[in-house]
Design a protein around this ligand. Structure first.
Ligand code: AMP
Length: 188
């Protein structure tokens, strides 16, 4: 698959550069990676091999789809890329990485993660809110990991800081399979 094709049909996954404590997180990461291949898309992601992001990429590659990583140069040692099967673009910083991931993806799947994952989720959500870029955003709520985030967002609506309809800019799936089905439907 050449780069043009990657750009046409890629799904971007945001997730932890750690594994987290629940083994279900890794299961979901692998299922998302393999599932992206199964529904006929390439993967765009942050480019590193550690944590859930590495699991997603290895699973996608193992299932035979193109994997494109976008990695800031300064993270090369902290989050080294996969040693094979991944096209890695080295970019100057986190901002360029986010911009490129956003531009290249047709939609976003968010798995459990930490501050970087939240940052990326809110970047695509606020972009959608402002109409800059509206693409499907699906959270995979593995064992309720995102329940507190959802509660916070609902509280923001109740307190008059977020318009209710903006919570319709993302969807929550209970499993990797459900997320992939939602994404396939949204991109059809
Ligand atoms: P984390 O969820 O914190 O494990 O981070 C997941 C991914 O987001 C990793 O590849 C981090 O390098 C990346 N990341 C961390 N902080 C930021 C940020 N401020 N903007 C964009 N990406 C970030």
């Amino acid at each position: 698959m050449d780069k043009t094709e990657i750009r046409k049909s890629a799904i971007c996954v945001f997730c932890g550069s750690s594994y987290g404590t629940d083994p279900a997180f890794r299961d979901a990461a692998r299922a998302v990676g393999a599932g992206i291949a199964k529904i006929g898309h390439a993967l765009v992601f942050g480019g590193g091999s550690p944590g859930l992001m590495g699991d997603v990429a290895r699973a996608a590659r193992g299932a035979g789809t193109a994997v494109e990583g976008i990695l800031p140069g300064f993270l090369r040692d902290v989050e080294p890329p996969l040693t094979q099967g991944e096209t890695t673009e080295i970019v100057p910083d986190l901002f360029v990485r986010k911009q490129k991931m956003m531009d290249r993806a047709a939609g976003f799947i968010v798995l459990p993660g930490g501050l970087g994952t939240y940052d990326e989720f809110f970047e695509v959500l606020t972009s959608a809110q402002l109409g800059v870029q509206i693409k499907p955003i699906i959270l995979v709520n593995v064992n309720g990991y995102f329940d507190p985030l959802e509660a916070m967002l609902q509280a923001s609506v109740r307190n008059g800081f977020v318009r209710k309809e903006n919570l319709g800019l993302y969807r929550i799936a209970d499993s990797a399979d459900a997320a992939l089905a939602m994404m396939a439907e949204a991109l059809r």
